[in-house]
Structure formats: structure tokens, C-alpha cells
Design a protein around this ligand. Sequence first.
Ligand SMILES: [Zn+2]
Length: 372
Amino acid sequence: MTTIEVKRINRSKVYQMIYEKRSISKQELAQELHMGLTTVTQNLKALEEDGWIHRTGYYESTGGRKAQAIEIVSNARTAIGAFILRRSILLVALNLYGDVIAKKTVAEPFSATEAYFQFLGKEIMRFANHVESNPDRISGVGIAIQGILSPDRSKIQYGKLLQHTGLNTADLTRYIPYPCFTEHDSKAAAFAEIWNQSQLSDAVVFLLNKNLGSALVIHGEVHQGKSMHSGTIEHMCIVPDGKPCYCGGKGCLETYCSAESLQNQIQGNSFEAFFQSVREHDPSSNAIWEAYLSKMAAAIRNVNTVMDSDVILSGFLVPYLTTEDLEFLKQKITSLPFFAERDIHIQLGKHGEFAPAIGAALPFVRRTIDEI
Ligand SMILES: [Zn+2]
């Protein structure tokens, strides 16, 4: 290794350790990294001059001089995420820890037109500029969209919902003056939910949105599959010859467990009102909700025969779910003898409807940290 490489690695190691520990002293850094105090001091000076770290105060003295607390500058870069939906655009801004520092919903129906692409670019720029006035500190824009991308991400190869099959992703990002990345909404949501869960190896993620989505996480990575179709559990047939699905099939999970299918059953009621009546044990609302959870349980069982792992529920409906619902789901899953002994852990996602936007932005957060 050349001296320059060694220097770069040391700088990265010092930064990564501060990042991981959130707050650390120079002495602790030297100990943790088995690095000489002089080398640590040099790296801290350089990182501080470049604006990546700062000193935030002093630790309580344990005798002798008080040690300074060192932290990363979490807003040194901002990543932007956008989730394109049929009727709206959800925007988020993330700091270097992947925390949401701003979010916004813009009501604008999607259309694969030049006017829409321009509107999207303008809205993203306006939002980014509001959060971070220095454009050099915007690391990139991640776009989550319904539809399966081509393996090289240049095209939407299946986009029945937004009727955008064949759309070039470059068209979508033409008016966005930052590095861009496009991802399938469910896969982006899965990435958001596993961020900060380094102990999680495998999981099945369901995105409980207006239209259902899902993704598989294997060895901590979102599985794309041979033709990017991995984990599209929404089109798993759950009722042979059941309700027609937009995909052309019948009885898909989508037709029973998407928020839209639930909306159709609650007949004009808001989700707030519906879930309130569920919690008040209204018999007809309870019946609808239990039927929903039972179909979900059937899907989880089916998936579990292929991949035995934990389950994460993410997306729009998650804020309405309770531990009681999770218990009901578990009971349903284990009600068949073959599944009785399984300990399938079901986790509720943390980001609600913004999960895809967050997940699309996170690769820029990771890239920034990796490149320091
Ligand atoms: Zn389908």
C-alpha cells in the first residue's frame, strides 16, 4: 500500500468510528482503533477542516483534563428522496444518519409527460433548496416509483399501475440537477426498514400502501432477482379464481390486502373512522379487518414455506396497526399444525408512507459515508 492509501484508510477509519459511536473522545478513538494519538490528532484536524466533524463539548472529568466530545456534522450532506405516486409526490430530506430532517407531500397526478418531469424537477429543487441552501451539499436524489425496473435501471419494464411501461428513467430525472438513482418503491421501502438493523439478515417486507408491494431481504440486502421481479408477493394467488387483479390475474394478494381493496370495502369512510370502529369492536368493521388480516396471514405462511424469516410490515397502513393486530396475525399463521412451532417475528416499520422515499435516498447517505 502507498502512503496515500494508508492515509485515506486511516481518515476513513477515524470518521467511521466517530459515526458509529455518535460521540467519542480523542483518547477513546486512539484506543478503539489501536492508532497512535498523533495520527488520530492529524486526522481529526483534517476532518474538522473539511467540515465532516466537530467538537461538541466536554465529557465529565474523571480526574485530570476534561476530554472533548467529538461528533460528526450530521448535516454536512443532505440526501433527497422522492416517492412518485399516482396522485402525489412524497419528499424527504435525510441527514448523514439517515434521519428525516424534512418531509413534504405535493399533490400532483403522475403523467409520463415532459410537463410532469419538469414539475418534478422544480419541486425537488425547491424542496432541496429550502432544506439546504448550498447545492454542493446535496449528495443526490433517490426516486422511488411503482413498477419494475429493467436490470440496468434505464427503463420501467413493468408499470401497469402508472401506465408507464417503457418509460426511460432518464426522462424522469432530466430536470433534477443532482446525481439521481431510481428504485422500485417496495424495494426502496425494504431498504429503509432494514437501515440501522445490522443484526437483521433475512426478512420479508410487505408495503401496505394503496397498492400492495413487497420485497425480500436476504443476507441484509434487498433481493432483486434474475429479472428484478424478486419478492413481488402482491401477485401471489391467494384465492384461486378470486377477484380480478390489475395484473390480469385473479385472486392476487393485491386484491385482498392493498389499502385500496380495504378502502373499497369501507365504502367512503376514512381510514381513521374505520380503524376507530375496529378498536371499538364494531362487528361489521371487525369482520372486514379480520378478513384482511387472515389473508395477510395466509400470504405470510405461503412465503414462509419458501423463505423462513421474520416479517416487516411497512407503508401507509402501518400507523393504524396495533400489537393486538400482530397477535391476531401470529395466531392465524400458527393455527395450522405445520406452522404451529414457528416463531415468526412480525415487526412494524418505522416510516409509514414515507418509507419508499427514505429508502431511495439512503444509497446517497451510504455513499457519502463510504467515500469520506
Ligand atoms: Zn395481480
